[in-house]
Design a protein. Structure first.
Length: 140
C-alpha cells in the first residue's frame, strides 16, 4: 500500500492506495472508498472511478456522487454536515464570496463561490450530511 499526502485547494488529504490484487483498495483520511479501475490500453491511462451505490427512492438526502464540469457547481470536497447556507436562490455572488458553512472532521469549513454569477440552485439545507462530490450549490 502506497501512502500519499495530497493538498487540494488548501485542504490536506491522507490517501492510501493498493492497486495490486483483484480488487483495488483506496483509503482517504481513513475512510475506505470503493473503486474500479478502467481499461489500461496503451493509449489510455488507467483511471479510478467511484462505484455508485443504489439508494432507496424515499431517501431524503441524495448523496450519490455527481459529475459536472461546470466551475459554478460547488461540490463537497470532503464528507461533512452543512451547518449554514449563507446565500439564497437568485442572489448575485462574486468569486471568493462565502456561500456555505460546513463541518468536516470536527472543523468548520467555509465554501466560497468559484465564479461570479447568480445562485441558480441550492441543493442542500442546514443539517444535511453530504458525501464527497455532492453538488451543493449551482452558480450560473
Amino acid at each position: 500500500m502506497k501512502k500519499y499526502e495530497l493538498v487540494i485547494d488548501g485542504k490536506k488529504y491522507e490517501v492510501e492506495v493498493d492497486l495490486g490484487g483483484l480488487s483495488p483498495s483506496v483509503l482517504v483520511n481513513g475512510k475506505k472508498i470503493d473503486v474500479a479501475i478502467g481499461s489500461s490500453d496503451a493509449a489510455e491511462k488507467p483511471r479510478i472511478e467511484r462505484k455508485k451505490t443504489k439508494k432507496s427512492s424515499d431517501d431524503k438526502n441524495d448523496n450519490v456522487v455527481e459529475t459536472s464540469d461546470d466551475p459554478g457547481d460547488l461540490k463537497a470536497l470532503m464528507p461533512g454536515k452543512v451547518t449554514k447556507v449563507l446565500v439564497s436562490s437568485g442572489q448575485k455572488v462574486k468569486v471568493g464570496e462565502p456561500v456555505l458553512l460546513m463541518e468536516s472532521m470536527k472543523m468548520e469549513q467555509t465554501i466560497v463561490a468559484t465564479k461570479d454569477g447568480n445562485i441558480s440552485e441550492i441543493l442542500v439545507s442546514e443539517g444535511d450530511t453530504v458525501e464527497v462530490g455532492k453538488i451543493m450549490i449551482k452558480i450560473n
